[in-house]
Design a protein around this ligand. Structure first.
Ligand code: SOE
Length: 386
C-alpha cells in the first residue's frame, strides 16, 4: 500500500512526505497550506520533509520559519528520496518541465504552480509524463488555485445547476499595478527566458482557466494582442530590456458557442489584485472580484423584472464549498486559504486513488490558448483556431 492511500474500510496511517521546491512568494503560500491542511481538513497526514532552494543559508532559514524539517539545495537528490512522496514545484516557470517530468518518473505525486510551463512544447511533454504516471497510480495537478476560492467554486455549482440557463458571454479581467511604476525593478517575471511571457502567462492563465472551469467548456479560437509599456527597467547591473508583455487582451470562442473576453494588466494603476469575472446566461448572471473574495453577486433573471437585480451573497455559510472546515458562519477567510483547499483536494485525490483536477492536461489546454493568443498577436491576425 502506498503512503496516504487508505486500505478498504480503514484510515491510512503512514504520512505522506512532502518536498517543496522554491521558497519565495509561492513557496511561502504553499508552505502555509501544508502546515495547516491536516489541522482543518480530514485528509491523509503529511510531513513537511524538505524545502529546496538555490541558496543554502536562505533556504535553511525559510525552512525553519515555515515548518520544514530540513532544507536542501539540489532538487535532483530530493525527488528520489524514499521518504518523499509528494513534490510541490513552486519554482519559476523555466524549471517546471524538467523537475515535474523527473519527479513523475521517480514515482512522486506532483503539484506544480501555474502556468503549467513556459512553452507549449514543455507543457505537452509534461502532460504526456503525467498521463504515463497516472497509469502507475501517480497523481499530478497544476495550481490554478483560484478554483479553490469558495465564491468561485460556488459560482461553478450555480452554473452547473443551470441557475444561469445557457451561458452566452463571459468577461474576465485580471488587473494588477505592481509594474505601473517605471522604476519597478527587473525580476525573473520580466524575462522571456525565465517566465515564458508576462501578464499573459502569469495572470491571463488564471482568467482562461476560470472561463473553462466555470463553464465546463473548451476554448476553440482566440484573437489577441500583447503590449509592453515600459521596455527597460533597473536590473542588478544597470538597465535591462523587458522581454515580456505588461498587458494582454483577447477574445475567445468556446465549444458551446459562448464567447469570452480576457483583459489582463500589471500596469493597471490602482488595481491591486483584481481578478474579475462576469458570467451572463439566458436566465441569470454572476459577478466576482478577487479584491472582495468572500462575495458573489448573483442575478436570477427568472424573477419578475420588478424584483430582478444583482444581490450580494456573503460566502461564509457552512454549505458553501470548503467553508464548513473553518470558522462559524459569517467569519471571513482570505487569499491564502485557497492554497490550503488546493492541498486538501490534492491529498484527498491521492487517498481516493482519483485523478485530481486541474490536471496537467487542463494546464496544457490553457497553454494552447496562451500560445494561440501569442500567435494571433504576433501575426496581428484575426482568430487563431486551436
Ligand atoms: C503575480 O502577478 C501573482 O503572484 C501571480 O503569479 C499569482 O498567480 C497570482 O495569484 C497573484 O499574482
Amino acid at each position: 500500500m502506498s503512503p496516504g492511500a487508505a486500505p478498504a474500510g480503514q484510515e491510512a496511517v503512514q504520512p505522506l512526505g512532502v518536498a517543496a521546491i522554491g521558497y519565495a512568494f509561492m513557496g511561502r503560500a504553499h508552505s502555509h497550506a501544508w502546515r495547516n491542511v491536516s489541522a482543518f481538513f480530514d485528509v491523509p497526514g503529511i510531513e513537511q520533509k524538505v524545502l529546496v532552494g538555490r541558496h543554502a543559508e536562505e533556504v535553511a532559514e525559510a525552512a525553519a520559519k515555515y515548518g520544514w524539517a530540513e532544507s536542501a539545495t539540489d532538487w535532483r537528490e530530493v525527488i528520489v528520496r524514499d521518504d518523499v512522496h509528494i513534490v510541490d514545484i513552486c519554482a519559476p516557470g523555466w524549471l517546471h518541465a524538467e523537475i515535474a517530468v523527473a519527479a513523475l518518473e521517480a514515482g512522486k505525486h506532483v503539484l506544480v504552480e501555474k502556468p503549467l510551463a513556459n512553452t507549449l512544447a514543455e507543457a505537452e511533454r509534461m502532460a504526456e509524463a503525467a498521463a504515463a504516471a497516472r497509469r502507475r497510480g501517480i497523481a499530478s495537478m497544476v495550481g490554478f488555485t483560484y478554483r479553490r476560492v469558495p465564491a468561485l467554486a460556488y459560482a461553478k455549482q450555480l452554473i452547473a445547476a443551470g441557475r444561469l440557463g445557457t451561458v452566452r458571454q463571459v468577461r474576465a479581467s485580471y488587473l494588477q499595478d505592481w509594474l505601473a511604476d517605471e522604476d519597478a525593478p527587473m525580476t525573473w517575471r520580466l524575462r522571456k527566458e525565465t517566465a515564458g511571457s508576462g501578464a499573459l502567462g502569469d495572470i491571463a492563465s488564471h482568467a482562461i482557466d476560470q472561463v473553462q472551469y466555470l463553464l465546463d467548456d473548451t476554448v476553440t479560437g482566440a484573437s489577441g494582442r500583447l503590449h509592453t509599456f515600459v521596455g527597460r527597467r533597473p536590473g542588478p547591473d544597470g538597465p535591462e530590456d523587458v522581454t515580456v508583455d505588461d498587458a494582454a487582451w483577447a477574445t475567445l470562442s468556446l465549444a458551446s458557442g459562448a464567447i469570452a473576453s480576457i483583459e489582463v494588466s500589471r500596469i493597471a494603476t490602482g488595481k491591486k489584485n483584481s481578478l474579475r469575472i462576469e458570467v451572463y446566461g439566458s436566465d441569470g448572471a454572476l459577478a466576482f472580484d478577487l479584491e472582495r473574495p468572500g462575495e458573489l453577486e448573483f442575478l436570477d433573471a427568472t424573477a419578475p423584472p420588478e424584483e430582478a437585480g444583482f444581490r450580494r451573497i456573503v460566502v461564509t455559510e457552512p454549505g458553501h464549498p470548503y467553508m464548513a472546515a473553518w470558522w462559524p458562519q459569517g467569519h471571513m477567510i482570505g487569499w491564502e486559504h485557497a492554497f490550503t483547499h488546493q492541498a486538501r483536494d490534492f491529498l484527498a485525490a491521492i487517498r481516493d486513488g482519483a485523478a485530481p483536477t486541474p490536471s496537467f492536461e487542463d494546464g496544457l489546454q490553457v497553454q494552447r490558448v496562451l500560445a494561440a493568443i501569442e500567435e494571433s498577436a504576433a501575426a496581428k491576425s484575426a482568430t487563431v483556431h486551436l
